[in-house]
Design a protein around this ligand. Structure first.
Ligand SMILES: C[S@@+](CC[C@H](N)C(=O)[O-])C[C@H]1O[C@@H](n2cnc3c(N)ncnc32)[C@H](O)[C@@H]1O
Length: 363
């Protein structure tokens, strides 16, 4: 029946010799492979790491957590040290130190990597949660055995200030600072020109906006950066906080694609997003000079325009000057004055009404 309906199909079958069948088989195989590749390769730029797999060399969990003061969960510290052991970086920069817990995790992970060195940077000189303690105190106090001339700590300014001294060829960066725009966007732009091709960049608090449930005012900066920065993404399979699995991991890494300079616009353009704090004048000037030195004028111009626009729209003046102060005092004084006048007027009206009433009552 089929052959009657499709005589040409019959003819085609008949002329197929062994060689044709082989060619068709190869074509079918290639088609199957490419279709399979298309379907399985959808998420090829994300590697999901199961950090629960026991690793005999892994001892981030053996660190005394009571003395660590680290601002990361246990699974996050494991993920960070897993990455260091895997990529064996020689030059590591950490931005955002606080007590020094994450510095200890990194120093512990590099102890077997010959020649590896950590450079830690913090804007503050003192721990923000405990101002009587200097930044990084935990390393000196409890983990000094991990320091063998392999740690430099820079405090009291933004990253740009220290980069000439730290120098290039950085192959691993851990960024954990404000989690609000322009925070880590600026941190990343300050370290990018000093990174080796294929460097690893790790962001903490990539789902911070879900942790701080009462505060959705920003907090999504690192989530955005993890998405936008070009490269192979690496995230943990599961992230536990106090034993409870988070819906979204709160840490993630990027193995940078080559030629990051091609994507500078994408990163600078993130500065157009809302800002939740405003860097001070000295920091803006430092950043201005840094961007002029390391990026083309188009990128510097985006920074300038973002600064002037956000400065205009910030809800509060960051650096009030004398004129602002006089204006605020004048407005407050005139508001109080007009209230006093209204009160006095209403008092005098009341008393005249009462007098009117009394006169009427008088027989
Ligand atoms: C969340 S804490 C770091 C916690 C630390 N990584 C840990 O896990 O133990 C954030 C730190 O970033 C610092 N910081 C804020 N803005 C910064 C900036 N622009 N550059 C460098 N450090 C900054 C703060 O002073 C604070 O100590």
């Amino acid at each position: 029946m089929i052959l009657k309906l499709f005589p040409r199909f019959y003819d085609t079958i008949c002329i197929l010799d062994y060689r044709n069948i082989k060619t068709i088989a190869v074509i079918c195989m290639l088609l199957t492979i490419s279709v399979t590749f298309c379907f399985t390769n959808n998420f090829s730029n994300v590697e999901i790491i199961d950090i629960d797999i026991p690793d005999e060399k892994e001892d981030a969990t053996l660190l005394d957590r009571t003395k660590l003061y680290v601002e990361m969960s246990e699974s996050e510290t494991k993920f960070l040290s897993y990455l260091i052991r895997r990529y064996k970086p020689k030059k590591i920069v950490e931005i955002g130190v606080s007590s020094g817990g994450s510095s200890v995790v990194i120093l512990n992970a590099i102890k077997d990597i010959y020649g590896a060195k950590l450079y830690s940077i913090d804007l503050s000189k003192n721990v923000y949660k405990c101002p009587s303690k200097p930044v990084g105190f935990v390393v000196h106090k409890y983990f000094s055995h991990l320091m063998k001339n392999n740690w430099r700590l820079y405090t009291g300014n933004i990253t740009a200030k220290f980069m000439d001294e730290i120098g290039g060829d950085i192959d691993f960066v851990f960024i954990d600072t404000v989690h609000r725009n322009p925070g880590e966007i600026l941190d990343f732009l300050q370290i990018l020109p000093y990174l080796k091709a294929g460097a690893i960049v790790v962001f903490h608090d990539t789902s911070f906006h879900f942790l701080e449930r009462s505060d959705y005012n920003g907090g999504w900066t690192n989530c955005a950066l993890l998405s936008v920065i070009r490269g192979q993404k690496i995230i943990p399979h599961k992230d536990l906080l106090n034993g409870v699995a988070l819906t979204f991991p709160n840490i993630g890494a990027i193995k940078l694609d080559d030629h990051q300079e091609k994507f500078a616009f994408d990163y600078f353009n993130m500065l157009v997003l809302p800002w939740y704090y405003f860097p001070n004048k000295e920091q803006i000037n430092l950043l201005r000079d840094f961007f002029k030195k390391h990026y083309d004028s188009f990128c510097s111009d985006i920074f300038e325009r973002a600064v002037s626009k956000h400065n205009l729209y910030m809800e509060y003046p960051k650096e009030p000057n004398v004129v602002d102060l006089i204006m605020v005092l004048w407005k407050t004084a005139s508001r109080i004055g007009s209230r006093i006048i209204t009160f006095l007027k209403s008092q005098s009206q009341n008393s005249s009404q009462t007098q009117d009433g009394k006169q009427k009552c008088t027989p």
